[in-house]
Design a protein. Structure first.
Length: 276
C-alpha cells in the first residue's frame, strides 16, 4: 500500500494555516500601530530667544531676551488606506515675556491669545508634524519622519529604560546657523513626551540663540482616557486654509519644531504693530 503523500494531521494543519492567512486582515495578529482619527497630542511649549549683551566694547554674553509660551495641539481628523492621515495642527500663543538684558528679570509681558492653524497630510506611522513614532520602528538606527521620508534622518543616540532618543543636526553656513532637533520617545506607545529644538549661531562661536522645549501635557495615545482641552478666547493670528497636499517641513534647514520659530517672529511683528 502506497503511503499518503501528506499525513492527515499535517494536512489539517495546512488547512488551518490557509484559513488563518485568509482571515488575517480581520484579526489583530501582527496589526501595525499607526495613527487613527481622534488621536491627539497637546504640548506645553516654551521658546527662548537669546541676544548679545556686550559687557565691554569687545566682549559679550548671549543672554535670554524673550520667552514665548504656547500650547501645541495636533489631532488626526481622517485616515486613508494608503497609509496617510489628515492632521490638524494649532499653535496657541498666550504669553510673551521680554527680559532686561542686564538683570535677566522680566521687564514687559504681553498676553496674546492668538493661534495659528494648519491642516496637512502626513505619514500615519512616522509623521513629520505629530510627535509620534509607531513602536514597531523604534530601535532602528535612523528614522525618517514625514511623507515619503521627506525629512532628513533622525539618528538613534541612546535607548534605556523604555525611552528612545533620536536626534537630527544640520549646519547651514549660508544662514550662519547650526540646527538640532531631539525627541524622547516612550517605547511602549511611541509618543514623544519631550522634544527640544535648538539653534546655534556660527558667527557667535556656536552659542545658543534659540531654544524651544516641548513637554507632553495630554494625549489619548499615552492615556486612552484623556480628552482634548478647549481653548477659549483665542483669535486667529493668520490662517492657512486646508490643502490636501504633503507638507515637506525641511526647507532651508527648517524641521518640525523649527517652523514654530517663524510663527513666533510673525507674532512679535503683530504685537509691535498693535502697540504702535
Amino acid at each position: 500500500m502506497t503511503p499518503p503523500l501528506v499525513k492527515p494531521y499535517i494536512a489539517l494543519a495546512l488547512v488551518a494555516l490557509v484559513v488563518v492567512l485568509a482571515f488575517s486582515p480581520l484579526l489583530n495578529f501582527g496589526q501595525t500601530a499607526q495613527l487613527r482619527p481622534g488621536d491627539f497630542e497637546v504640548y506645553n511649549v516654551t521658546m527662548t530667544y537669546y541676544a548679545a549683551y556686550y559687557v565691554t566694547n569687545t566682549s559679550y554674553e548671549l543672554v535670554p531676551y524673550s520667552i514665548v509660551h504656547a500650547f501645541y495641539f495636533i489631532n488626526v481628523t481622517k485616515a486613508f488606506s494608503n497609509g496617510t492621515v489628515l492632521l490638524n495642527f494649532t499653535e496657541y500663543f498666550y504669553e510673551t515675556e521680554f527680559l532686561n538684558l542686564t538683570t535677566g528679570k522680566v521687564e514687559k509681558t504681553f498676553y496674546n491669545y492668538t493661534y495659528v492653524n494648519i491642516t496637512t497630510l502626513d505619514n500615519a506611522t512616522v509623521p513629520g508634524m505629530m510627535y509620534y513614532i509607531a513602536p514597531q520602528y523604534l530601535g532602528k538606527d535612523s528614522i525618517r519622519r514625514g511623507l515619503g521620508g521627506a525629512n532628513p534622518p533622525m539618528v538613534l543616540t541612546s535607548s534605556s529604560n523604555g525611552t528612545y532618543v533620536y536626534e537630527w543636526q544640520n549646519e547651514n553656513q549660508a544662514l550662519g546657523v547650526k540646527l538640532a532637533f531631539i525627541i524622547y520617545v516612550n517605547g511602549t506607545n511611541g509618543v514623544v513626551y519631550r522634544a527640544e529644538s535648538l539653534q546655534y549661531s556660527l558667527p557667535y562661536n556656536g552659542s545658543l540663540i534659540f531654544n524651544a522645549t516641548y513637554v507632553l501635557w495630554k494625549s489619548n495615545l499615552a492615556n486612552p482616557n484623556a480628552t482634548p482641552p478647549h481653548f477659549e478666547g483665542y483669535k486667529p493670528l493668520y490662517l492657512v486654509k486646508a490643502r490636501i497636499v504633503p507638507v515637506k517641513l525641511i526647507l532651508a534647514g527648517i524641521i518640525g519644531a523649527g517652523i514654530i520659530a517663524i510663527l513666533v517672529i510673525i507674532l512679535f511683528w503683530y504685537n509691535r504693530k498693535k502697540t504702535k
